[in-house]
Design a protein around this ligand. Structure first.
Ligand code: ADP
Ligand code: MG
Length: 378
């Protein structure tokens, strides 16, 4: 999907008001009745339909004629627009450049702020592929049948931002998180190549142990990356790895923690064997009886990205298992020589400000009548 940043300049404030009204209405209606959009927008001089057709021409909304009524639904383009508009008002993104990545569930762009500082915009597209399955299987959507692709993509962004923030504040090598709105996050641009593109390294053993140390440091902090592979590890000129892509992170208390942990370790072992012909008998093993040193997973939960959110995301992976959490589980890092890392307790305090629209998500079930038009909503 192409991101049309130029539109931000061309839409009038009435267009924006009508688009925002469509977003609000779409929390309860997959197709928002035109009259309802008019009611929420309550434009001084009317003309909602004119603005809606203008928005539809630019693919920000799509007209849908349904058996019972005519209406519009918000498109991904419209949702992108709303997020970019909010982030540009905050000054975190003021121009959009090239697309540098397209994943199954995200689009990545180079962007910049007013100081011409280059950054990375990641737009979550969760639901682009799997929405149909989610919708058919999940009863949690029953009270919120509509807008669920927005909800899921937004949850994924919220989760990624919450984890990146906690990891960054605790000295883990991850991009600097700058902003989060709706399904988008803005982070620092890492000047490095993904490991998958690196054919040769001076000292594979050194990189290997840095990566294993990272897995262990995460686990000592209560976390497992869950997708620790050559695509999500960037390696700079200095040979230092930087970790990206956090929507699938799990707590070491997760009942499948051992499987996730071992999978991350095996990914690195296999990659090093194939690419660099490097094999080591030293690798970390997961065990449930060691003491955990610090609980970043608990800190993330305290940030507004709660266990309920986590469960909703996990369910979207077509994983039907119940998510039992056993708080006493932890990790054994004793197999790895230099792995011990201590964290300063109480160092993290997540602010529940701008980037965390958790209240709003809670409001998703409230009736449209109770939603008021707030042009500054974030
Ligand atoms: P996905 O969820 O689609 O896998 P990722 O977050 O892994 O998305 O990003 C996809 C690709 O975009 C990465 O493999 C990397 O090449 C590039 N990328 C993502 N974030 C950054 C960043 N902060 N700096 C530089 N490149 C990045
Ligand atoms: Mg990735």
């Amino acid at each position: 999907m192409k991101l049309d940043a130029k539109l931000i300049r061309y839409l009038s404030s009435e267009d924006y008001r009508v688009l925002t009204a469509t977003e609000m209405g779409s929390r309860n209606h997959e197709v928002v009745p035109t009259a309802l959009i008019g009611h929420i927008a309550s434009l001084k001089h009317g003309g909602t339909e004119k603005y809606l057709s203008h928005l539809a021409k630019h693919n920000l909304v799509a007209r849908t004629i349904n058996a019972r009524y005519d209406g519009y639904r918000l498109t991904y383009g419209g949702y992108d627009y709303l997020a970019l508009k909010t982030m540009s008002r905050r000054g975190s993104v003021t121009s959009v450049g090239n697309q540098i990545g397209v994943g199954k569930e995200s689009d990545i762009y180079i962007v910049a702020n007013d100081e011409q500082e280059q950054r990375v915009l990641k737009i979550h597209r969760l639901g682009r592929i799997s929405f149909r399955t989610i919708k058919s299987k999940r009863d949690y959507l029953q009270n919120r049948k509509t807008g669920s692709w927005q909800y899921m993509a937004r949850l994924a962004a919220m989760k990624e931002f919450a984890f990146m923030k906690v990891l960054h504040e605790n000295g883990f090598p991850v991009p600097t998180p700058f902003d989060c709105n709706r399904h988008c996050i803005v982070m620092s641009l890492i000047d490095a190549f993904p490991l998958c593109q690196i054919r040769e390294v001076d000292n594979p053993g050194r990189l290997y142990s840095k990566l294993m140390d990272l897995i262990v440091r995460l686990a000592c902090a209560g976390l497992i990356h869950g997708d620790f592979n050559e695509f999500n590890i960037l390696v700079g000129e200095d040979g230092e790895p930087v970790l990206i892509d956090f929507p699938q992170m799990v707590s070491t208390s997760h009942r499948n923690a051992e499987m996730y942990f071992n999978r991350d370790v095996d990914c690195i072992r296999t990659f090093f064997r194939r690419r660099f012909d490097y094999e080591s008998s030293i690798y970390p093993k997961f065990s449930r009886d060691a003491e955990r040193e610090f609980s970043l997973d608990v800190q993330v939960a305290a940030s507004g990205f709660t266990r309920k959110h986590q469960q909703e995301l996990e369910q979207s992976d077509d994983d039907n298992e119940d998510q039992e959490v056993d708080a006493d589980d932890a990790v054994d890092y004793s197999n790895l020589s230099q792995a011990k890392v201590t964290f300063k307790k109480g160092a993290i305090e997540m602010d529940n400000g701008d980037g965390f629209p958790s209240d709003e998500i809670m409001k998703l079930n409230s009736s449209v009548e109770s939603l008021s038009m707030n042009p500054d909503e974030s």
